[in-house]
Ligand binder design. Sequence first.
Ligand SMILES: Nc1nc2c(c(=O)[nH]1)N[C@H]1C(S)=C(S)[C@@H](COP(=O)(O)OP(=O)(O)OC[C@H]3O[C@@H](n4cnc5c(=O)[nH]c(N)nc54)[C@H](O)[C@@H]3O)O[C@H]1N2
Ligand SMILES: Nc1nc2c(c(=O)[nH]1)N[C@H]1C(S)=C(S)[C@@H](COP(=O)(O)OP(=O)(O)OC[C@H]3O[C@@H](n4cnc5c(=O)[nH]c(N)nc54)[C@H](O)[C@@H]3O)O[C@H]1N2
Ligand code: SF4
Ligand SMILES: [Mo]
Length: 659
Amino acid sequence: MKVLGACPLDCPDACSWVVTVEDGVATQLRGNKDHPVTRGALCVKVNRYLEQVGAPDRLRYPLRRTGPKGSGRFERISWDTALAEIATRLTGIIDEFGAEAIWPFHGTGSLGYLQGMEGYPGRRMFNVLGASHHRPTICSVAGSAGVRYTLGTSGGMDPEDLAKSKLILLWGTNPLSSGHHLWKFIQDSGAHLVAIDPVRTKTADRCDEHLAPLPGTDAALALGLLHVIVALGAQDDAYLAAHTEGWPEFRDRIAEYPPDRVARITGLPEDRIVDLGTRIAHTRPTAIRASQGMQRHAGGGMALRLLACLPGVTGDWAIPGGGLHYSTSGHFRLDTAALIRDDLLPHPVRTLSMTRLGEALLETGDPPVKALFVIAANPVGSNPDQRRVIEGLSRDDLFTVVLEHVATDTVDYADIVLPATMQPEHLDVLAGYGHLYLVWNEPAIAPPGECLSTTETFRRLSRRLGLTEPALYDTDEELMRQLLKGHDLDRLRADGFLAIEPGPVPDGKLQFVSARAALAGHDPLPDYTPPADAGPGLVLISAASHYFLNTTFGSNPELRRRAGEPRITLHPADAELRGIADGTPVVVTNARGSFEAIAELSDRVRPGVAATTKGRWAKFTNGATVNATVAERDADYGGGAVFHDNRVEVTARQAPAAP
Ligand SMILES: Nc1nc2c(c(=O)[nH]1)N[C@H]1C(S)=C(S)[C@@H](COP(=O)(O)OP(=O)(O)OC[C@H]3O[C@@H](n4cnc5c(=O)[nH]c(N)nc54)[C@H](O)[C@@H]3O)O[C@H]1N2
Ligand SMILES: Nc1nc2c(c(=O)[nH]1)N[C@H]1C(S)=C(S)[C@@H](COP(=O)(O)OP(=O)(O)OC[C@H]3O[C@@H](n4cnc5c(=O)[nH]c(N)nc54)[C@H](O)[C@@H]3O)O[C@H]1N2
Ligand code: SF4
Ligand SMILES: [Mo]
């Protein structure tokens, strides 16, 4: 039997897959050949997904902690006992502190609307209780807000249209590792390819040109390129007059960024800026692909706001194959309000920001966070300021419930662990953020042990809490119909995917001057915002690993073997200054914390910049990962995280004393 499903992981490609089931066992997982973007292939990580489904470390039963927090010692308990204990603790906390002391903390482990999606499952129950709301700030919000200020929508060009481009700027994006299905369209274009990335990535290797600006200086680079374009008179006056607002003011702002100034800010040679600006001026259509990596900076929102402005000046937004592709999620019009039912709230509640977990657990009062539900997230591994996150999770008076597949670093701090189903075991639907299709996931096999879907877990917990609101007991099929109202559900289910009609881009006139930005207290005009973590040391970028997806797969033996030990790439000149040779064990430190790695010397990073990857588990790496050094600080827009705005020092580790 073949069953159509979808990869649930936080990846733009949202692949459609086919599970082969024999005698109730999933024996093969393949990409769906019919899906126009998946085109029959998954990726190096998800080719091992079935291995994960049956992994020896898969959580199969509810657990109760027996050792101290962090010890990872648990005993098996029944679902009845687990739900009774959770209900008793929640009721006590609500009586003493009010329901806002409860934080449903959602991650991006699954982008399924029913089982994951950063805050949808369980939201109805938490709303009935009046728990705090969760704001998913860890990934893409700063850039989305920036794009929205310019375009009125966070959706951009159809990524498949990249095949029509003549010039593609791969700006702070590494698709060959972080969503490789886009590469086919990029290749088909035959376009001149320019990588703009402080690191020479796998993707940069395949481009015609690579520019390595200093991290966090992209907004200045965009303004400098626009300066060159305007100096050549290559702006599209007809487009500007008909489709944009605020051009005269923006033009004045651009004038403040001549190439020599931009060269000083970005650390790029002036002639490279002039050459690229000239190439853009003369090439229609030009497309920009920028993704989440480059907005993990103090000025990340501004940077994306500006990248959305650039095709407005050249008129590329009006040409198929021109424009900006940041995320397509803004194009999906699903009835999420009907799914999450915020109308069930008894009164307005506070919103807690995902990236501020350490602060919320250690400092926030009125009420303090007393109960934490971690759903499809691994904050010990993924959040900034790992030391403070661990300190917060270690609080004895905090009641923590973790819904998981495997015993992550975060599970070790749980009071109660609930085993969750994996994708071939539950019903779900996804919207890609790198294409324009809904993707259906039909359950293919029975879950192992006593794993339950997240939706079912919350139905049972609602019953245990004695809640009477009927909406809490809607089945998965009912939830699906409410969410997908107006879409052809039967076709989606039969084909496994369904193309959606994108909204207009820009939505209304393109705003160089944004009244909405001004209202939110920001500069009404786009500008360059310098990095926040200034001073001595190296700027450390910790981007996507080729072998893990965030911390997911971090315990898969084969992927761990292929990823090797944690490494930090240093420019030979920076290494020499510190007496570090290739292969030297080093410690990477700043005021927030430190982690260990092996130094790798390479000119893939420019002097002043160091690179490592995200996704490691602290319990396999001496108790700390790169996020021990990252600040819990907000980007300019939306409270986004600033993982790459991070100064560190690197020193050789003392050789261990002989035994
Ligand atoms: N294999 C794999 N795939 C993934 C993920 C993963 O962990 N592993 N993560 C998934 C997730 S959650 C997301 S959000 C997406 C992210 O997808 P991407 O945005 O493509 O991923 P990143 O590797 O985080 O960042 C891309 C690039 O931005 C560069 N960069 C960092 N700072 C700057 C800067 O200031 N300026 C410029 N120009 N470039 C900069 C980095 O060096 C990196 O090469 O990928 C998804 N796909
Ligand atoms: N240094 C550094 N840190 C980063 C980043 C970076 O670039 N650099 N990137 C950030 C980004 S872009 C993101 S999106 C975040 C991601 O951070 P998180 O949201 O914490 O994502 P993961 O680390 O993948 O952890 C997700 C967990 O969900 C579990 N899971 C998967 N599916 C389900 C399900 O259906 N139900 C349940 N209950 N659990 C499930 C998985 O087993 C996994 O342990 O990390 C951020 N952290
Ligand atoms: S992680 Fe991305 S590329 Fe890999 S299977 Fe999932 S959606 Fe496709
Ligand atoms: Mo992400």
